[in-house]
Design a binder for this molecule. Structure first.
Ligand code: OOG
Ligand code: NI
Length: 299
């Protein structure tokens, strides 16, 4: 079971690293700076996916994959203005600090008639839950599923119409289940780099472009979860009929999880994941979504 999950996660990371040059750029900078000696030294705090909330798809379908591998569904989040719902999923507790998952869904029925019509012209091709037809113990099949299209390639005109109303809708109609981001855990890095402030300073000195929505560093009201992210990189997209455009792809996130107040006096060697702030924060997430939005990309 865990071997299948490992293969699926490795497949996601491989395709994602190829699509997002910032991943290699950040890893190389961390090695060059002496923060890590190999990419394996990086703890992946969480990965994120986006889904289209229509019958047979959305979270109800997507989550079956990771629930099958032992992930547990946790807290819900609501983003009223962006018309999104999300949950986070805790990894199987096997002592390996596997990434959490943050998965969201567009509430398609809240969009304009025009946008709903465009989305359904694509997604109506899906007439039963595609995950039900998948052998979840076949890692190669799941890897392929997460990188394939469940609907026809969109036209550039449809993409642009969606983009004007919902940046998220446009992202999903083209990028589907591609990994939206992975997240470098900064609190376990060496001193000088183990806070989000220090790490952001390092990234900015190395010329990375960071999402500034709501401020570069997003801090939860309890102070325990501190996050930042790059601005999504552009990818060359080919649309139906052969039109091409540069559109938002995926990005990289950074997270510092502080030790919970009740464990503040524990010695460092007794601090693990269970002693740190867990979960997510709606107000942080709301701004992190904008890492793929034109408001950040064209800034
Ligand atoms: C997810 C944004 C939220 C977090 O860690 O709160 C998020 C997305 O862009 O799909 O990643
Ligand atoms: Ni995230």
């Amino acid at each position: 079971m865990n071997a299948t999950l490992d293969t699926v996660l490795a497949g996601l990371m491989r395709q994602y690293s190829e699509r997002v040059p910032d991943v290699q750029r950040i890893i190389s900078a961390m090695i060059d700076e002496g923060i890590i000696t190999s990419p394996d030294d990086i703890e992946n705090d969480h990965i994120a996916f986006r889904t289209m909330g229509v019958p047979h798809l959305g979270l109800a379908s997507f989550e079956k994959i990771f629930l099958h591998y032992g992930y547990e569904k946790r807290d819900p989040y609501n983003f009223a203005e962006k018309k999104l719902s999300a949950y986070w999923y805790a990894p199987p507790a096997d002592g390996r600090n596997l990434p959490r998952i943050f998965a969201s869904e567009l509430r398609v029925q809240e969009l304009s008639e025009q946008a709903q019509h465009i989305i359904h012209r694509y997604t109506d091709a899906v007439t039963s839950d595609p995950v039900d037809a998948l052998d979840l113990d076949d890692a190669a099949a799941v890897d392929q599923f997460l990188h394939q299209s469940l609907w026809a390639l969109p036209t550039l005109a449809d993409y642009q119409t969606l983009l004007a109303e919902s940046e998220y809708a446009a992202w999903v109609i083209y990028n589907r289940y591609y990994l939206n981001h992975f997240t470098i855990s900064v609190h376990n890095l060496k001193p000088g780099y183990n806070t989000i402030d220090a790490f952001v300073q390092f990234l900015e000195a190395r010329g990375l472009r960071l999402n500034s929505a709501g401020g570069v560093i997003k801090v939860s009201p309890d102070g325990g979860l501190r996050q930042a992210s790059t601005v999504a990189q552009m990818t060359d997209a080919v649309f139906a009929g052969g039109d091409t455009a540069r559109i938002a792809g995926s990005y990289v996130e950074f997270a510092e999880r502080r030790v919970l107040p009740q464990f503040a006096d524990l010695p460092a060697d007794q601090i693990g994941r269970a002693q740190r702030r867990d979960g997510f924060e709606a107000a942080n997430a709301d701004k992190i979504f904008e890492s793929t939005f034109t408001t950040q990309i064209n800034r």
